[in-house]
Write a protein that binds this ligand. Sequence first.
Ligand code: ZN
Length: 690
Amino acid sequence: MNIRTYAIAMLLTVNSAAATAQDNFSYNDERFADIQMLRYQVHGFDKLSLRQKTLVYYLSEAALCGRDILWDQNGRYNLRIRTMLEAVYTDYAGDRTSDEFKAFSTYLRQCWFGNGIHHHYSSDKFKPAFSEKFLRRALRDVKPGKIRFDVEELMPVIFDPTVMPKRTNQADGQDLILTSAANYYGPGVTQKEAEDFYLAMKQADTDPAHPIMFGMNSRLVKENGTVRERVWRSGGLYGAAIDRVIYWLQKARTVAESDKQAAVIDKLIEFYRTGDLRTFDAYTILWVEDTESMVDFTNGFTESYGDPLGMKASWEGFANFKDMEATRRTEKLSANAQWFEDNSPVDARFKKENCRGITAKVIVAAILGGDLYPSTAIGINLPNSNWVRAEHGSKSVTIGNLTDAYNKAAHGNGFLDEFAIDEPTRTLIDRYGDVCDDLHTDLHECLGHGSGQLLPGVDADSLKAYGSTIEEGRADLFGLYYIADPKLVELGLTPNADAYKSQYYTYLMNGLMTQLVRIEPGADIEEAHMRNRAFVAHWVLAHAQQTMTAPASGADGHVAMPMPPPPAVELVKRDGKTYVRINDYERLRTLFGQLLAEVQRIKSEGDFEAARQLVETYGVKVDPELHNEVLQRYKRLNLAPYKGFINPVYEVQRDASGNITDIRLRYDEPYDRQMLRYSRDYATLPPVND
Ligand code: ZN
């Protein structure tokens, strides 16, 4: 399962960072339609051994070779349309600055981004803003031999909005297969026929306790009235592409880090050769059990979001390696887990006596391919087979350098200028925002969730619908309380005693205001993480008033009334705009500690009523006036709602006899060049795959 993320979500939780001295590297690259292209840096690649670099390189080639499979899976005309559009794009002899050519270029970029003619997220068909007449004229410029198929049947597919309007239709009551453009089912196959076909297969299963993922790696077709599977494997459908993937996997095997990893690759190749789904399960078991390798990958038919019936898996490729810096960070926290537990402001009865932290698994993406490109996940949790997960576990990782790239791209997009109260606060966030955001996540994941215990006899599900909101709030509060602790400076995890303030500011700004941009006007907050951030922030705001010290009596009996101190945090208005103002960071820490103690009590005692009160009072309702203001201000920033990544270019250096001597990465390839290069170098399938 992919932890999918989209632009808006990221913009709210991230902080921008000061521009560092990375020459010729821009995180923000190109913008078109509703898309912003970004770049990511493969941090730490140069510190890998030559053998590891070579392994990453071979796996990256394997990750790119399946590109055409995904295009064909997304729609039966996609490869033809891409071929035609790219030929026009390169050969067009008319005015390339004209509005029609620009509209054409935008459309092509949208298709590249969607890996087909439908939007990657909404799955709606793109609407070309150029005319059919323009395209027909432009086709006359294309050099002979480039297009070897009939373009006539493609015209309605591109221009008629009623033809294949949706890639994956989920509308209840319709035949989801006949109304979806996705190419997982051949022409004429109905939903009923597909469901019957797989039901029969499941009923015939000889090992129902370990069910294979039926239908995952095939197209279901109707031939002479009979429904049958065409399996994606070497020698089968998509065989030409799969053979190229196998070629690079075999190369990767020669530089595998261990016998264990070599066995993983062997099993995957065996699966690609046979198409046998029990072999696939065996492969995922080997893969999930190989936890020591520095370099890792996913390659193959993985996620089934694109199939309206949720069975057939789209092809994706991904190469990565362990983020050593992040791992060192979380190891430090884990090693001190008991210290954090012992010193927390929580009642002693609710503390764990033997507390062990978790080392978060953070990885560095080295290449994104297939359905992970260019729109991608920032975390991955695989395999998807339920019984494999139950019996052998799963790998759950976050992709640090992609998160980082989102963070960096948020810098300078105007978001902080609009919502942070003043220059000193923005400077604070610029300087420490990234470091503290990562650290807060680490504290939340490695220590927060693992801390504390239930009292004996308390049912873990006592908090019912409020359970996950309370649990996320508890982990967040643990992180907020400790990010300000001198212990973190001592451990070298925060640069100084002031850095934590950046996290306090952005957390409260998000919880009180900016996360509201993800809520429709008039709606309540529903999602657990958003509720938890809201209740933490609003509770603190409500308790921010400082208690006044008792009036001091002078010798003459005259009582001097002291001025009440300002609240620790407040919402203030300036020029009609609302801002979070923090007056007392230290007092905020005390408040976070108090709320942590209370939330831990609620959890440990299973106090449902208190959980309900806390969440309903502070975490659900939205102030409509403030909501409206935030939406207006956000809209004016005109940020692209979707983001995706351009891959780095791998440059292989060889000696005179052809041996690899080094591998270097370049980050300067424009998006269109990358797409045209992929279409040239990784063209693994013919335009028609019926
Ligand atoms: Zn969590």
